[in-house]
Design a protein around this ligand. Structure first.
Ligand SMILES: Nc1ncnc2c1ncn2[C@@H]1O[C@H](COP(=O)(O)OP(=O)(O)OP(=O)(O)O)[C@@H](O)[C@H]1O
Length: 574
């Protein structure tokens, strides 16, 4: 896993080398400073040579400037490295998710993918930046400082180092406490987020039930919980900072007193004494860094593992190596003994045989859950059949590239999904490089032009999140316009279940009829009035295809369809 992690540094090798080298130089300068002070006090001060003192002062100033510039490089380029790696991973993840098959989305929670793309990658980016650099620098400064201290005065060096494990223990203990507190806080903020998301997206339901007070009270509970958790985290943080402060001061104090004793009795010069005090700080700093790493490492690595788990999931539907690019299919669709199941429990389709001629309009009817949508989902290869085959124009769809196959099929879903953006952008989704006149033509064919003309911003009107500002009928017509632009030879219409008013329905039906012209069209029908003009009606039940024929034939046959026909037309008073 570590090797895989480091492979993400490869494209940013140059950045890493500059950042790392700068960090090493900063660490060396940090080690050199106490030595310079010692020399300054012991050699330069007694000489009383002001020229030399000023020259050394100027030199030290240059060193400070260099160190400051390098610090900036380390901080900026280090973060740049982390962000670059994070961005690469995020792009890889998004691309990977885009290529996943329907089954992946059936089984994956949106919130989980969201948290992979945001939180996890943030932690990984932090680790990528701080991990190797801080670890190396901490080890280097710690042992470097100890080696120099040991050279100046071995006994005093050992006394200083003996106290470090206590400090490490304290830091580790505080870290555990802090982690618990932060974890608790994150879970509380997740509650608050979930509550806000629910109430905002469900605002219409809340208001229609006049449950605003109820929602506010529920929110108050979550918000209060978050406040307490955050307060606790800050209390732990304050405790941690002050105890670490106390402990480091204690180490300095011990060295101050023992060092004073050494300077009286054991020939420790004033310069060495001062440099020792300075070195204590250099020695302690890495402890802090390593402790921060101890927190960062498991978090980042756990995130990276979740990232790899996702990245390593192979898309279920893949192109065969010799898959062909198909163009302008005629739409001769054949199901040959098709078996399919979503999961092990139940086979949804058992041996479906079906032949649809090019240009035919076929309506699928039958009880809810019988498998009409499933049959239609297999044609664009959203799922692969378990047994049997589906052929279009004599070619097995698994021998076509999914991209070329799907570009030949248009689907108007029951629940139209629109993207946040303008009407123009949403229509153009059917053909990304569509010209203005193509877009206007599509809108006209979908009987949308009058509606668009009545809007102050026309085609540039924002339709709100998922098209919230549009009515059901307008959304449907927008989806139809999209399909006119895509212009596929095969069309799948999942008919809306919710009844539209008669006028709108008539307009939409007219648009759909025009759309279906000269295409092979499959309609998943719920209302029989809309399929009177279909060439064929296929009745799907849990046992497979039960009836197949023209509308009139099936009514005359007196079977399931005839029954459906009588029920529906009795209900609406025919
Ligand atoms: N993504 C899925 N994962 C698991 N099972 C599914 C999935 N989609 C549908 N099913 C199941 O497969 C069966 C057939 O569903 P399908 O949606 O094809 O029926 P339908 O005839 O189109 O129904 P409706 O008329 O209500 O839209 C049902 O039992 C359903 O619960």
């Amino acid at each position: 896993m570590l090797r895989k992690f480091f492979s993400y540094y490869k494209p940013h090798k140059r950045l890493f080398i500059i950042d790392f080298t700068s960090a090493v130089v900063v660490a060396i300068l940090e080690l050199a400073f106490p030595v310079a002070v010692q020399w300054f006090i012991d050699q330069l001060l007694p000489s009383g040579d002001w020229n030399q003192i000023l020259t050394v002062g100027a030199l030290l100033l240059l060193v400070y400037i260099l160190s400051t510039v390098l610090q900036f490089i380390v901080s900026y380029l280090g973060h740049k490295l982390g962000i670059n790696i994070e961005t690469d991973m995020r792009e890889q993840l998004f691309t990977h998710v885009q290529r996943q098959s329907f089954r992946f989305f059936d089984n994956t929670k949106t919130g989980h993918v969201m948290s992979r793309v945001t939180n996890d990658l943030f932690d990984i980016g932090e680790l990528a930046h701080h991990g190797p650099e801080d670890f190396f620098i901490a080890i280097m400064t710690f042992f470097g400082a100890f080696a120099i201290m040991f050279q100046i005065n071995p006994e005093l060096a050992v006394i200083a180092v003996i106290m470090v494990p206590f400090l490490c223990w304290l830091v580790a203990y505080c870290n555990i406490k802090m982690n618990q507190a932060w974890k608790n806080m994150y879970s509380k903020i997740a509650d608050v987020n979930a509550r806000v998301e629910d109430s905002v997206s469900g605002a219409r339901v809340v208001q229609s039930f006049t449950n605003e007070e109820f929602e506010i009270n529920r929110f108050k509970v979550d918000n209060g919980g978050f406040r307490l958790a955050k307060l606790k985290a800050y209390k732990v943080m304050a405790g941690t900072h002050s105890s670490i402060y106390m402990m480091t001061r204690l180490v300095t104090l011990v060295i101050l007193v023992v060092g004073a004793w050494f300077s009286f009795n054991r020939n420790l010069s004033y310069g060495e004494f001062v440099s020792f005090i300075l070195f204590v700080n250099v020695l302690i700093k890495p402890v802090d860094k390593i402790s921060a790493l101890l927190e960062l490492y498991p978090k980042g690595m756990a995130g990276f593992k979740r990232f790899l788990d996702l990245i390593n999931q192979e898309p279920e539907i893949k192109n065969r190596p010799d898959a062909v690019e198909v163009e302008s299919l005629h739409g001769n669709i054949i199901f040959d003994d098709v078996h399919f199941k979503y999961d092990e429990h139940k086979e949804v389709l058992q041996g479906i045989d079906l032949a649809i001629r090019p240009g035919e309009t076929v309506a699928f009817v039958g009880p809810s859950g019988a498998g009409k949508t499933t049959i239609c989902s297999l044609i664009p290869r959203f799922y692969d059949v378990d047994k049997g085959a589906i052929m279009i124009d004599g070619i097995d769809i698994r021998d076509m590239t999914t991209h070329s196959l799907r570009s030949q099929i248009g689907i108007v879903q029951q629940d139209v999904f629109l993207f946040t953006g303008t009407i123009r952008e949403n229509i153009a989704y059917g053909k990304l490089d569509a010209t203005d006149s193509e877009i206007y033509e599509a809108a006209r064919k979908a009987h949308l032009q009058d509606f668009i003309a009545s809007l102050p911003d026309g085609y540039e009107t924002q339709i709100g999140e998922r098209g919230l500002k549009l009515s059901g009928g307008q959304k449907q017509r927008l989806a139809i316009a999209r399909m006119f632009l895509k212009n596929p030879p095969i069309l799948i219409l999942d008919e809306a279940t919710s009844a539209l008013d008669t006028e709108t329905e008539k307009i939409i039906q007219q648009a759909l009829n025009e759309l279906a012209e000269n295409r092979t069209t499959l309609i998943i029908a719920h209302r029989l009035a809309t399929i009177r003009d279909a060439d064929r009606v296929i009745v799907v039940t849990e046992d497979g295809i039960a009836e197949d024929g023209t509308y009139e034939e099936l009514v005359e046959k007196g079977g399931i369809f005839a029954n459906l026909h009588h029920i529906q037309f009795q209900q609406i008073g025919h």
